[in-house]
Design a protein around this ligand. Structure first.
Ligand code: ARG
Length: 461
């Protein structure tokens, strides 16, 4: 169906080939054919139910639309031309003749495209949340598997205090939990039907917007018809939430790459998720993590693209807005792919308990425990901190660890030290001594693991 056939009388000439090639969005919005047809089916059923067209006409159009969906799915019909909406409508008219032209009564592509996007996003947000939960599941399982492993914890990338590996992994689980919450928020705000706004001013036909909204599983309708076709904040919110997810994944990826180095040696990647080098036979590269880190920019780019595309647009619809689809798919496809691969990557990973524990032992990161010990003996924290600091300096100068000191040696720094101080110097003892809620103590970490297991089990029920 050519451009001017659908347009009717206004145009004497068809769209120039070069203009069509420049302006077509079919390569992107062709993906939305199911949503487009679902929207058209709900719309035509409403047109029939309200008597705007006859029920028999509505039924014929509906059947043809469902056939077209099958044709596209099987590849028998390949949508082409300006966009998916015109392609499907053209096919409809091609199949059932002028009656097909009644489908677009009381509708515009402006409300149609906004509807298709919302339907698509509803599914996409659900998929994103499923993949977040799957990744959380792997993290929680690893936390459980390695629940007793002590490792050095870092601030400024300097060894700071011993922690449980599980506690570290659960920090990412918590971040991902908030990410899921952001997607839920976006889904809730978005789940309203724009259909019936028509071009933007509404329609003089007695349509039933609520009926269409209900049939499509929306919670209601977008209340202002101009707003319904003018904003893309629902895509922007999703892209922003994806950007935050990617920021979290990228931090995890960065750490993963570090931990896989010989220098850290904290983990080894499963062979199926590592790559070799074409020249250096000994290498095992963490490419999956690097690519997650590297693809983060795509999602940020999509968000900035969308914000910039919208910022200067007067109401209502402007063709600029067609550019939203590329950014929307880029943000969602990238984030889905990265969540998925990260779950597989982690699943394949084994953490090196011995290395983590021996590194935790080798450093002076229980110095805070030493200071706390003296505080319990009555020293003000600042004085205790200074004593511990002098002890650290002594160890560094002599290239020894706390474990190399004997009681006489340690008493030279403060007479408040007793034999039991040595119970405080082991990383495991330091971890076990933590008392505060949310801390790295085994009991608190167990509580977190149990809480997340319950949350994920409830979610997957
Ligand atoms: N392909 C268009 C888009 O994605 C559909 C809406 C076109 N509306 C219009 N008034 N030209 O934005």
């Amino acid at each position: 169906m050519s451009h001017q056939t659908l347009w009717g009388g206004r145009f004497k000439e068809g769209l120039a080939e070069i203009a069509l090639a420049f302006s077509t969005s079919i390569a992107l919005d062709g993906r939305l054919y199911r949503e487009d047809i679902a929207g058209s089916v709900a719309h035509v059923e409403m047109l029939g139910a309200t008597g705007i067209i006859t029920p028999a006409e509505a039924a014929t159009i509906r059947e043809a639309l469902l056939e077209i969906e099958g044709e596209i799915a099987s590849g028998e019909f390949v949508p082409a031309g300006e966009d998916v909406h015109l392609a499907i409508e053209g096919r409809l008219i091609g199949k059932i003749g002028p009656l097909g032209g009644k489908l677009h009564t009381a509708r515009s592509r402006n409300d149609q495209v906004a509807l298709d996007e919302r339907l698509y996003l509803r599914t996409a947000l659900r998929e994103l949340n499923d993949r977040i939960a799957a990744l959380q599941g792997v993290l929680v399982a690893k936390a459980g598997e390695y629940a007793d492993v002590v490792m050095p914890g870092y601030t400024h990338m300097q060894r700071a205090q011993p922690i449980l590996l599980a506690h570290h992994l659960l920090a990412y689980v918590a971040m991902l939990g908030r990410d899921a919450g952001r997607l839920d928020d976006a889904a809730r705000r978005m789940n309203l039907s724009p259909l019936g706004a028509a071009a933007f001013a509404g329609t003089s036909f007695p349509i039933d917007r609520a009926m269409v909204a209900g049939a499509l599983g929306f919670d209601g309708i977008v209340g202002n018809s101009i707003d319904a076709v003018s904003d893309r904040d629902y895509i922007i919110e999703t892209a922003a939430a994806c950007g935050i997810i990617m920021m979290h994944l990228s931090r995890m990826a960065e750490e993963y790459v570090l931990w896989a180095t010989k220098e850290f040696g904290f983990l080894s990647i499963g062979d199926a998720f590592a790559t070799g080098s074409s020249i250096m036979p000994q290498k095992k590269n963490p490419d999956m993590a690097e690519l997650v880190r590297g693809r983060t920019g795509r999602v940020y780019g999509a968000l900035v693209n969308l914000l910039t595309m919208m910022k200067g647009l007067p109401l209502a619809y402007n063709r600029d807005m067609q550019e939203d689809k590329g950014a929307m798919f880029e943000a969602i496809d990238t984030t889905l792919g990265c969540l998925e691969i990260f779950a597989h990557l982690l699943e394949s990973t084994s953490f090196n308990r011995d290395r983590m524990e021996s590194e935790a032992l080798a450093d002076l990161s229980t110095a805070t425990e030493l200071a706390d010990y003296l505080v319990r003996r009555g020293l003000p924290f600042r004085d205790a901190h200074a004593v511990a600091g002098r002890l650290v300096g002594h160890c560094v100068e002599n290239g020894i660890g706390f474990g190399d000191l004997d009681l006489a040696g340690i008493r030279e720094f403060s007479p408040a030290f007793d034999q039991d101080v040595f119970d405080y110097l082991l990383p495991r003892a330091s971890v076990a001594r933590k008392r505060s809620a949310g801390s790295t103590s085994p009991a608190e970490v167990e509580r977190q693991i149990a809480g997340w297991r319950e949350h994920l089990a409830k979610r997957n029920r």
